[in-house]
Design a protein around this ligand. Structure first.
Ligand SMILES: Nc1ncnc2c1ncn2[C@@H]1O[C@H](COP(=O)(O)OP(=O)(O)OP(=O)(O)O)[C@@H](O)[C@H]1O
Ligand SMILES: [Mg+2]
Length: 268
């Protein structure tokens, strides 16, 4: 079922290597197939795989548009201790306001990367966190526009408040004890900021799916289970573009449309 009636912002989180970027890319591609326009925001300052999975070139760091990391940090420090007064964006932003030079495109799938760590000793990533939080917060979506935020492994992004700016949190859980434990923490953090949280089981097979569904699903909402797929694994290994067409992902889109959907007020 094609539907471009979506307008929502999602943060994808999970343990390192659980499949966050893969799911982000699969979702983006499926949404584009369904005639949506998707902005994927790479907030992971360490990894370089997402652009390959989306089939686009690596865009320049969006931080550079603001003078680079040290300039952003300086602006933040000058405002101390009144951090809330720091602002980098107009009150309302649309996809069209994003400088084209900082976006890599594959049709209607667009990638924006906040910034990467390039050098030893260049400082922490907090400035990137502040910038991206405000950016996501101020983006206004039109009908058919979806934002997918690919986060770095773990939960530091919660500490930076990135999840406050999205409509829902998707946690990817791979078959590991650590992922299952992390799911509890992520559920607690999401509920503390009143954000809906949904779980996607990833890399499952018949030996582990039931256990994972029971462990997570007894307390929380599992909205998809993506099988361990040799083609995805090989594409990841080779750094190749991954292809849309996973049935589970199409089902997932229907669920997301129902749960996050489209609200007129987001256009205001
Ligand atoms: N369903 C799947 N079946 C098989 N391989 C998968 C699946 N999902 C992801 N992978 C593979 O697992 C590896 C890790 O995936 P990915 O890079 O998406 O994880 P990540 O959570 O974004 O990692 P990081 O924490 O490093 O950012 C990749 O090699 C990818 O191809
Ligand atoms: Mg990743």
């Amino acid at each position: 079922m094609k539907s471009n009636k979506n307008a929502y912002k999602l943060a994808i989180c999970g343990k390192g290597g659980s499949g966050k970027s893969t799911i982000a890319a699969l979702l983006a591609k499926a949404l584009v197939e369904n005639e949506n326009s998707v902005l994927v925001i790479d907030t992971d300052e360490s990894n370089f795989g997402l652009h390959r999975q989306l089939g686009v070139g690596l865009p320049p760091d969006f931080m550079e548009y603001f003078g680079g990391k040290s300039a952003v940090l300086e602006k933040i420090m000058q405002a101390a201790p009144d951090w809330d007064s720091v602002s980098f964006f107009e009150e309302k932003l649309s996809f069209a306001d994003i400088p084209a030079a900082y976006i890599s495109k594959n049709g209607e799938a667009k990638l924006l990367a906040i910034g990467k760590i390039h050098e030893v000793g260049e400082g922490c990533a907090c400035s990137m966190g502040m910038l991206v939080k405000e950016f996501i917060e101020k983006l206004r979506l039109n009908n058919g526009e979806v934002v997918i935020v690919d986060t770095e492994a773990g939960i530091e992004h919660f500490g930076r408040g990135i999840e406050k700016s999205v409509d829902a949190v998707l946690m990817v859980i791979d078959p590991s004890y650590e992922s299952l434990k992390l799911s509890e923490k992520v559920a607690d953090l999401s509920s503390s900021i009143r954000k809906p949280i949904f779980f996607i089981l990833n890399k499952v097979d018949e030996s582990n799916e039931q256990f994972m569904r029971e462990t997570v699903g007894n307390r929380h909402t599992v909205i998809a289970a993506v099988p361990a797929d040799p083609a995805l694994s090989l594409a990841g290994l080779r750094g190749e573009e991954i292809m849309a067409g996973h049935t589970e992902i199409q089902h997932l889109l229907q669920t997301l449309a129902e749960k996050c959907g489209y609200e007129e007020h987001k256009n205001l």
